[in-house]
Ligand binder design. Structure first.
Ligand code: ATP
Length: 463
């Protein structure tokens, strides 16, 4: 069954994701996150941080600025070559990524030079198979380079349009990590091997951004750069690959949902690059969610060269002085959010009716517990339910709902993935127990009001 439109419409209907600037007619490839989307995104971010920083001795955190000295992006090569090959349709004026057009013919043009791409496009053109995916016209331009860098200007108002004060919105968060490598070493008593992790916004002027929040022009990345001696690269690379794979399984993704994609064409400084791909039902197939790359010492060498600063490391034991090599894990937070919604979405038949439910891992659910009075017009039930809600909310993200009937309230909570609903009824007033309904099994159990907090603590500790 094709769920994709149902999933996307649910995310708007239930306040997860809104297209940006809708009242002005929209703004392509940019999205806003509503209440539940924000809660879910924060929970995913926290789950990443927990495993990448909190539970490790060898990774520290960072929150670097979005604006950086413009030379940063010259040193890293982004100003000169962070681009994608673009093809335009002369008829309908739509714009396409040439490597994606070739992919449809089974040709892997990932990171290939423009000459290669144009030769391959020409072959397909001669076979009269090259068509605009939008209007079907064969009148497509040659591929040309399209920079993904988003420019801005800083300075006094009169300078605003000058080329001299151009700054770039970072296209990836790791740039800030390289720039703070030296301060981190100097202030935090870290020793190699160690990592620096950060979460933050990144900006790319993507040519094509049509796959909902999969590829957007503003997004959040969660990146970790691990600094090490090259002799242990292989060992640490394998360890991190395993750690990242396990993270997905920990949060409800199964072995059959994900796979490794090995990059055949590597950047000249890299020794290995794998992606984790998730099989999106919304996008009809496997797509990259995370990259794990062995990057050599290119980044620190370049920043050392362009800044004139010493970015070497001296091994205390051997006295060896060297520029650390880096392996990185890099994942899009919004892409993970899409993945978790895609995975959680279920349509079930319950007594002839369709139940839509988001079966998130309970720790990721935006709301953990919803509390209802059985009837809205009975003040004693409402007061009791309110009191329970107030007692639980310091520990759990809770929601109080007394609108509509119980069935409607369950349906609303199922659609945002709330694992537990508590209903206060007349028995609760007399005997002090409430009904707790489980999202996945729809089973209901009676729990004493006094024991509710520890009951939920136990459930969430056990997932
Ligand atoms: P692609 O080949 O799909 O353009 P990439 O290989 O350039 O992506 P990286 O630079 O390795 O991507 O970025 C690391 C991660 O950041 C990606 O795996 C993805 O999860 C996320 N990401 C990259 N670009 C975008 C985007 N435009 N929108 C949302 N997430 C993104």
């Amino acid at each position: 069954m094709d769920f994709s439109q149902n999933i996307i419409s649910l995310t708007k209907r239930r306040g997860f994701i809104y297209p940006s600037s809708e009242i002005y007619g929209g703004f392509a490839a940019v999205y806003d996150y509503g209440h539940y989307g924000t809660l879910l995104k924060n929970n995913i971010r926290d789950a990443w941080w927990r495993h990448m920083v909190q539970l490790r001795d060898d990774v520290v955190g960072l929150d670097s600025a979005i604006f950086m000295h413009p030379t940063t992006w010259k040193a890293s090569g982004h100003v000169d070559s962070f681009d994608d090959p673009q093809v335009d349709c002369r008829k309908c004026k739509s714009r396409w990524r040439a490597d994606h057009l070739l992919e449809a013919f089974g040709i892997n043009a990932d990171k290939q030079p423009l000459e290669f791409i144009n030769v391959e496009l020409d072959k397909i053109r001669h076979e009269k198979k090259l068509k605009c995916p939008n209007c079907g016209s064969a009148d497509l331009t040659e591929a040309k380079r399209f920079s993904l860098m988003v420019k801005s200007n800083l300075g006094s108002p009169t300078d605003v349009l000058s080329e001299d004060n151009v700054v770039y919105l970072r296209p990836e968060t790791c740039g800030g990590i390289y720039l703070e490598y030296k301060n981190t070493i100097d202030t935090l008593r870290v020793k190699l091997p160690f990592g620096i992790a950060q979460v933050g916004k990144a900006f790319r002027n993507e040519i094509v951004a049509r796959q909902f929040i999969f590829r957007t022009r503003e997004f959040e990345q969660m990146e970790m750069q691990y600094f090490l001696h090259p002799s242990i690269m292989k060992e640490k690379y394998d360890e991190w690959k395993e750690a990242r794979w396990k993270w997905y399984l920990e949060y409800g993704i199964t072995e059959s949902d994900i796979r490794w994609y090995k990059h055949e064409k590597l950047a000249h400084y890299a020794s290995d690059a794998y992606d984790i791909e998730y099989n999106f039902k919304t996008l009809n197939g496997y797509k990259e969610v995370e990259g794990i790359h062995a990057r050599g010492n290119w980044d620190l060498s370049q920043h050392g060269k362009f800044s004139g600063q010493e970015l070497t490391y001296t091994d205390e034991k051997t006295g060896e002085k060297f520029i650390p090599h880096i392996m990185e894990t890099s994942v899009g937070l919004n892409r993970l959010l899409f993945m978790f919604i895609d995975k959680a979405y279920n349509e079930e038949d319950v007594k002839g009716e369709t139940r839509v439910v988001l079966k998130f891992d309970k720790r990721l659910s935006p709301v953990k517990v919803a509390v209802f009075p059985l009837l809205k017009n009975k003040p004693e039930l409402v007061a009791k339910a309110r009191a329970i809600y107030e007692s639980l909310r310091p520990d759990f993200m809770c929601e109080f709902d007394d609108s509509g009937n119980i069935g409607k309230r369950y349906r609303r909570q199922d659609e945002i993935g709330t694992p537990y609903c508590v209903t206060v009824d007349f028995d609760s007033l007399e005997k002090g127990g409430v009904t707790v309904r489980d999202r996945d099994t729809m089973q209901q159990v009676r729990i004493g009001i006094d024991g509710l907090r520890s009951y939920f603590k136990d459930q969430f500790d056990r997932k």
